[in-house]
Design a protein around this ligand. Structure first.
Ligand code: XUL
Length: 535
C-alpha cells in the first residue's frame, strides 16, 4: 500500500532558522519540487529584528520574538498556496529548528492551539499564548553562572557531558531555563509548556503540544543521551516540576499528530497529512546529507558554522563539542562542533578587506598561498563557543608568532577562512571526528574558493550538496522517513528509505603540498590559540 501511495505523494520540510523560515517540497524520488522562504528582517520588519534576533544591551543576551515565528508560518503558507504548490498531496511534513531556543507557553495555550480557526491569521489567535514574549535563542551567552552551577551540582563538566553529551553550555536550553526560573519566577510559574523552536513549530501544525524529539532534545543539558530520557539530576538542578513542563521526549522519526483542520481548510492540506517530529537544524542537515558512515563528516556554513558526523559509540568531552542522539538512527549518535563566528565574521572581513564584494574577497583569497606565509588570525567578533572564548577581539600573528595589528587585505581574507577550518579540524579531532570526506553545505558552500581551502586544510575530498538548504531538505527527507516507518508499522533504516536519492558532487581533492603545509600549521595554530585571552 505504501508503495502505491508513495508515487503520488509529496513531502514537506520546513526550516525555522535564525534569520528565516524556509520550505522545501520534495517528491518521492527526492526531487525538489518547490522552495520558498520568509526572511524575518525583510518580510516582517514590524518585529524589528536584525539577523532575526534582538541583541540586548548587556552584549550577552540574544532573543527573538516568538510571535514572529508564528507570523512567518502563515506568510510562508500563503506563499506556497499562491505558488500553487500541490499541498493536498503532501503525505507528511516535518521540520527543522535552530537548536536550543525555547518557547514559553502559558497555561491554557494548549486549548488555544486546539481551536485554531482557518479564517483568522495565526498571529491574531496566538498572541496571548506566550509566558515569555522574547525567546532566548542559541546566540545567547548570558548563562555562565547557571552553567558553573550545573557542573558543580552534577559532579563536574565531564560528568555533565557523560550524561547529557555536552558539558554545560550557555546556549543549552537547561541553563536558559535555570536562568529564567531564577530571575523571572513569575514567568516560570505561569508556564505550562517549554518547547524548543522545533517542537513549537510542530505544535503550530498539529494544534497541540508536540513533543521534543530526542535529537534536538540532546541540546539542552537535560537528556540522558544513552537512556534517551530526561535525567533526574540534570532536571532537579535546573528548576522544580520541569518534567511536566517539557513533556516526554519522542524518537525523531515518530508521527506526532496529523495536521490541524485549519490548514486543511485554509491551505487544502489533506486532513490525513502526518506531522513527523521536528528536530534541530544540525540533526536535520545530517539527515539531508545522509551521513551514515562513520567519518563521513559535514561542514555547514551558515550564521554559525558547524561540523558534524554520525558516530556509533559516544565519547563526550568535558571540554568541547557535543554528542546528540542521532536523528535518523535511534541506536546511533552524532558528534558536533559549533563555531559561532561563522558567516557574519566572514562578511565582516569581506567588508573590511574586500570592499564588501565576494568576488573581490575570492580574488584576494586565491592570490595568497596555502599557509598564508605563516600569518594566522583569530576573529572573535561574537563570544565564541569552540573554543570557548567569551572575550571578543581580533588577534593576528605573523609567521614568527609575533602579535601584529593588521594583515594586508589579501592575507586577511585567507586568515579568516584558514583560521575557521583549522579550528574545526583541531577541535573535531577531540570529539572523535576524523573526517575521511566532507560534505559542505549552507550558504558559503557555494563559494568554491572557500571550498578549496577546506579540502586543503582537512586533507580530504570535499563534496557539495547541490541543495544549499540541507536542513530544510533533511526535514523533508525525515518527513518521508517517518511516513514510511508509519506506513510499514516498523522502523525502516534511513539508508533504505533514501535509496535512489541523487549522489553528491565532488568539488575538490586536497593538494598534497598544501596538505603538508596545513598539517604543520595545525600545531602552530593550537599553540597560538592558547595565547588568546578567553574572558
Ligand atoms: C548548534 C547551534 C547552532 C544553531 C543555529 O549547537 O547552536 O548551529 O542550531 O543554527
Amino acid at each position: 500500500m505504501a508503495d502505491a501511495q508513495m508515487k503520488n505523494a509529496f513531502f514537506l520540510g520546513l526550516d525555522s532558522s535564525t534569520q528565516s523560515l524556509k520550505a522545501v517540497l520534495i517528491d518521492s524520488s527526492f526531487r525538489v519540487q518547490g522552495e520558498t522562504a520568509v526572511n524575518f528582517d525583510r518580510d516582517l520588519p514590524r518585529f524589528g529584528t536584525e539577523g532575526g534576533v534582538h541583541r540586548h544591551a548587556d552584549g550577552l543576551t540574544v532573543t527573538s520574538p516568538a510571535l514572529m515565528w508564528v507570523a512567518a508560518l502563515d506568510l510562508l503558507l500563503d506563499r506556497m498556496r499562491d505558488g500553487r504548490w500541490p499541498l493536498n498531496r503532501v503525505a507528511a511534513v516535518s521540520g527543522s529548528g535552530q537548536q536550543h531556543g525555547s518557547v514559553w507557553l502559558v497555561r491554557g495555550a494548549r486549548q488555544v492551539l486546539n481551536r485554531l480557526d482557518p479564517g483568522l491569521p495565526l498571529e491574531k489567535q496566538l498572541e496571548g499564548i506566550f509566558a515569555l514574549r522574547d525567546s532566548p535563542v542559541w546566540m545567547d551567552s548570558s548563562t555562565t553562572a547557571e552553567c558553573r552551577e550545573r557542573e558543580e551540582k552534577m559532579g563536574g563538566a565531564q560528568r555533565v557531558a557523560d550524561i547529557t553529551g555536552s558539558r554545560a553550555y550557555e546556549r543549552f536550553t537547561g541553563n536558559q531555563i535555570a536562568k529564567i526560573f531564577k530571575r523571572q519566577p513569575d514567568v516560570y510559574g505561569k508556564t505550562e509548556r517549554i518547547a524548543l523552536v522545533s517542537s513549537f513549530m510542530a505544535s503550530l501544525l498539529t494544534g497541540d503540544y508536540a513533543p521534543i524529539d530526542m535529537s534536538d532534545g540532546s541540546g539542552m543539558n537535560l537528556l540522558d543521551i544513552r537512556r534517551r530520557a530526561w535525567d533526574r539530576l540534570a532536571m532537579d538542578v535546573t528548576s522544580p516540576n520541569l518534567a511536566e513542563k517539557l513533556g516526554e521526549p519522542s524518537p525523531s522519526h515518530a508521527v506526532v499528530g496529523r495536521i490541524h483542520g485549519r490548514y486543511a481548510k485554509a491551505y487544502s492540506f489533506s486532513p490525513n497529512c502526518f506531522v513527523i517530529a521536528f528536530s534541530g537544524d544540525n540533526p536535520c542537515s545530517l539527515a539531508g546529507l545522509r551521513l551514515q558512515k562513520v567519518n563521513d563528516a559535514a561542514i555547514s556554513m551558515g550564521t554559525s558554522d558547524t561540523m558534524f558526523a554520525s558516530i556509533g559509540t559516544p565519547r563526550p568531552s568535558g571540554e568541547e563539542g557535543h554528542i546528540f542522539v542521532n536523528p535518523v538512527d535511534p541506536e546511533a549518535y552524532m558528534a558536533m562542533l559549533c563555531i559561532k563566528n561563522g558567516s557574519l565574521t566572514r562578511e565582516y572581513v569581506r567588508d573590511m578587506a574586500a570592499s564588501g564584494s565576494w568576488d573581490e574577497f575570492n580574488r584576494k583569497l586565491e592570490s595568497t598561498p596555502p599557509g598564508n606565509n605563516g600569518n594566522i588570525g583569530f576573529y572573535i567578533r561574537e563570544p565564541e563557543i569552540t573554543p570557548p572564548i567569551l572575550k571578543t577581539g581580533i588577534y593576528r600573528f605573523d609567521g614568527a608568532g609575533r602579535s601584529v595589528e593588521a594583515f594586508d587585505p589579501a592575507a586577511e581574507t585567507r586568515a579568516v577562512v584558514e583560521g575557521q577550518f583549522l579550528a574545526m579540524r583541531l577541535h573535531a579531532r577531540k570529539i572523535g571526528i576524523s573526517a575521511e570526506k566532507i560534505l559542505a553545505t549552507g550558504g558559503a558552500s557555494s563559494n568554491r574558493s572557500i571550498l578549496k581551502v577546506m579540502a586543503d586544510v582537512f586533507g580530504v575530498p570535499v563534496y557539495v550538496a547541490e541543495q544549499a538548504n540541507s536542513a530544510a531538505l533533511g526535514a523533508a527527507c525525515r518527513a518521508f522517513h517517518g511516513w514510511l516507518c508509519a506506513m510499514k508499522g516498523s522502523f525502516v533504516p534511513f539508508a533504505a528509505a533514501m535509496e535512489g536519492a541523487p549522489e553528491f558532487q565532488m568539488a575538490f581533492r586536497p593538494e598534497p603540498a598544501a596538505q603538508r603545509t596545513y598539517d604543520a600549521m595545525l600545531e602552530r595554530y593550537e599553540e597560538l590559540e592558547k595565547r588568546i585571552p578567553k574572558k
